[in-house]
Design a protein around this ligand. Structure first.
Ligand code: URA
Length: 443
């Protein structure tokens, strides 16, 4: 990397982006190098992120940012591991636990699944936080351990270590607390730099749309999806993007250990329909990206057979054990962190659930301790919600819509108030939402 420190001034770079000018490759390089080395401070980086958030990046700037972020750390070659390797990444949502189900499902179908994941961001939960609710689970693997788990088990999920895309690790935490998350170029560069740092054969991108997504509107989700698919293909990786529903939480459980429990149930064949629909679509796209199936319906059938065989659950247990977690949680949920307080939220009227605002549910989850307000906040791993009713379901007055789990009784009333406003009940019948809106791939 060039040492450009003397040629640029971060405040000039911020000014140029603030005023809507294009940043050169060298300016982007200077920013990323300086931030990773702590020479550029959080407050300066935050100002530049906000300028990018407001002004955007053109195609060249985005390609440069993605590439430079990727090169900020090591590239993990997976060439010495046999078989096809396909990664999946979601743009983030509420109750999104697909990674824990789809990875063993796809691994059981003969394709290896390596994933570098993140922590909670804004109102959305983080894959790593969820995994850490499993006692003993180690999500900080070095490259050798990462490859060993992938080779032995067929799947691996861990965080970016200090030397894998350090630029994203720092920027991600900063964006989380500076209102700069939901920007198409920043999400694209964040996700794609991590994806490209891993030497996979291809990837599947789950772009969420709706109230709990960073891109709430379909047109924005579509633009993000197209941008990421084009970035992946340009880098020579088979890339398939799906746009899936995030207008209400996915599945029934929201919160770290609650989501792992729901994933284990799904691997036992008891997953809720909305969660399984999204999981099977993403899994089928992964088998297609790997080239082991060319027909989407055939790929779905293969995944269904795999689920019935019980092999994905066996792989999930092995994955937990390989990353030092207690795999006995799969048979005994009392081994997860528990909550002292449980409180139902009851329906005020009889009718049909019309809306469950996923963003508000995500914020209420933070209120009860399941997420973070500041990057150094501790998480209550057992806290969260279990929904007994979802959009389209019939409900009677007084019946529980959901149960709140927390260790902090003082936050229950506030969470109930927020949730009451987030959930609408209609007198008229409401249909179940469509879960998978589009699939995009290079023709
Ligand atoms: N997931 C990521 O890894 N980065 C983002 O910016 C958003 C979701």
């Amino acid at each position: 990397m060039n040492n450009l420190n003397n040629n640029f001034n971060i405040s000039e770079i911020i000014t140029r982006k603030r005023d809507g000018l294009e940043l050169s490759t060298d300016e982007i390089q200077y920013f990323i190098d300086g931030y990773v080395k702590d020479e550029i401070k959080d407050y300066q980086a935050a100002a530049l992120l906000m300028a990018i958030y407001i002004r955007g990046l053109n195609g060249r700037e985005l390609a440069d940012l993605t590439q430079i972020m990727m090169l900020s750390g090591d590239h993990i070659s997976l060439d010495d591991i046999e078989g096809k390797k396909i990664d999946k990444h979601s743009t983030g949502g509420v109750g999104d636990k697909v990674s824990f189900i789809v990875s063993p499902l796809v691994a059981a179908s003969g394709v290896k699944v390596p994933m570098l994941s993140g922590r909670s961001l804004g109102h959305t939960g983080g894959t790593l936080d969820k995994l850490e609710s499993i006692p003993g689970m180690n999500i900080s693997l070095d490259t050798d351990a990462f490859k060993r788990v992938l080779k032995d088990v067929g799947m691996v999920i861990c965080g970016q270590t200090a030397n894998i895309v350090p630029a994203d690790r720092k920027l991600y935490a900063l964006r989380d607390t500076t209102a700069t998350v939901n920007s198409i170029p920043l999400i694209c560069a964040s996700i794609m730099s991590k994806k490209l740092a891993l030497g996979t054969d291809g990837m599947v991108l789950d772009v969420k749309t709706g109230s709990g997504a960073f891109m709430r509107k379909m047109e924005d989700s579509m633009e993000l999806c197209k941008t990421m698919v084009a970035t992946g293909e340009k880098a020579g990786r088979t890339t398939i993007g799906l746009i899936t529903d995030m207008d209400q939480p996915l599945g029934n459980n929201v919160g770290n250990s609650l989501e792992i429990m729901e994933s284990i149930e799904a691997l036992k064949g008891n997953g809720p329909a909305d969660l399984m629909e999204v999981t099977f679509h993403l899994g089928a796209a992964m088998l297609m990206a790997a080239g082991v199936e060319t027909d989407f319906n055939q790929a779905m059938v293969r995944l269904e057979k795999a689920l019935k065989s019980g092999e994905p659950l066996r792989i999930f247990r092995e994955f937990i054990a390989a990353q030092e977690g207690n795999a006995a949680v799969c048979d005994d949920y009392s081994l997860f962190p528990q909550c002292k307080f449980q409180e139902p939220l009851k329906a005020k009227s009889t009718g049909y659930i019309e809306k469950i605002d996923a963003y508000e549910v995500g914020m209420a989850a933070i209120d009860i301790g399941a997420g973070r307000r500041k990057k150094e906040d501790a998480i209550d791993y057992g806290a969260g919600f279990v929904f007994h009713k979802k959009v389209g379901d019939k409900i009677k007055k007084g019946e529980a819509i959901l149960t709140i789990y927390t260790n902090n009784p003082g936050c229950i009333e506030g969470a109930k108030e927020r949730l009451k406003k987030a959930i609408l009940i209609s007198d008229e019948k409401v249909s179940k939402p469509k879960m998978v809106h589009f699939m995009l791939q290079k023709q």
